[in-house]
Design a protein around this ligand. Structure first.
Ligand SMILES: [Zn+2]
Length: 291
């Protein structure tokens, strides 16, 4: 191996801290997609959303010797609530998925034997999809909170950071995390796909959390907020197959497109692309302890 290739392998240019190559969208070309990313020096953390996809993320990490890691967890919209279908505010039905009634820590514990599990996630709160019957909403929110807290405890027990999903629930999320901090829990983690206000970002920063930036920056006006977030708290992500950067065209997103997020972040922060790559990669290594 040439020395330059060696350096590229040892020092990744970027880390996609939130990808879903474990999803069926990549069943036909998963390995080629991973290769395209690693050839660009982009490392990948594939994130689970239920037991089945967590298992898959773990297996993909094991199959790839370097640069591919996994997170395991139960996403709030994969909670089986009274066997009800969940509907978005626009009335669209949530896509079919593998639902779980509760977070079974013993089951997830079996996956943590894999040394490439870098985090517990994605976990959190999602108020976008709701049960059909409005009378169930409060109870449903309480169930989400309970399962989220179980997984926060699990992350503490395993000494792993968390990847937090929060949709339409920043104030409730901050309430939960601030209450736990007051009780003495020091939570390591990232708020993935951050789209809140700077006041909310400030409270997450106070809690010691990182902020995950992805293609949502091309859809929403977040420049002023991102500009004020300190560089040592930013990590980059694609959230692929979702949120494709517009310059990559109307197609499925993938980790190789992370460079577009890095370029846009560099432009917003007034840093060079090299500086952004170096700092966000160091942040990802520190948070997820990946090597
Ligand atoms: Zn995700």
């Amino acid at each position: 191996m040439k020395m330059q290739d060696q350096i590229k392998k040892e020092n990744p240019c970027l880390v996609d801290t939130h990808a879903h190559l474990n999803f069926f969208d990549y069943d036909k070309d998963r390995q080629e997609t991973i290769k395209r990313s690693l050839e660009k020096g982009i490392w990948i953390i594939n994130v689970g959303t239920n037991f089945q996809s967590s298992q898959k993320a773990s297996a993909i990490a094991e199959d790839n010797s370097k640069g591919v890691f996994a997170a395991i967890g139960l996403h709030p919209t994969n909670i089986d609530y009274k066997k009800f279908s969940l509907f978005s505010q626009k009335g669209q039905r949530k896509p079919e998925s593998f639902l779980e009634e509760d977070f079974d820590d013993e089951k997830y514990e079996t996956l943590t034997k894999n040394k490439k599990i870098a985090a517990i996630g994605e976990i959190g709160l999602d108020y976008f999809y709701k049960p059909e019957n409005p009378e169930d909403i409060d109870d449903y929110k309480a169930k989400q909170k309970e399962i989220f807290e179980k997984q926060l405890n699990f992350s503490q027990k395993k000494g792993l950071p968390v990847i937090i999903h929060c949709r339409g629930a920043h104030n409730e999320m901050l309430g939960i995390l601030e209450e736990r901090k007051a009780k003495g829990f020091q939570q390591k983690g990232v708020i993935h796909c951050f789209n809140g206000t700077f006041a909310q970002a400030e409270r997450y920063l106070q809690l010691g959390l990182f902020i995950g930036i992805n293609g949502i920056i091309f859809k929403m006006d977040l420049e002023k907020t991102i500009n004020k977030i300190p560089m040592d708290r930013i990590v980059l992500e694609t959230d692929c197959p979702f949120l494709t950067p517009p310059m990559a065209g109307f197609k499925r997103n993938e980790p190789a497109f992370l460079s577009h997020i890095a370029e846009k972040t560099a432009a917003i922060k007034g840093f060079s692309l090299q500086e952004i790559s170096k700092i966000t990669t160091a942040n990802a290594h520190q948070l997820f302890n990946i090597k």
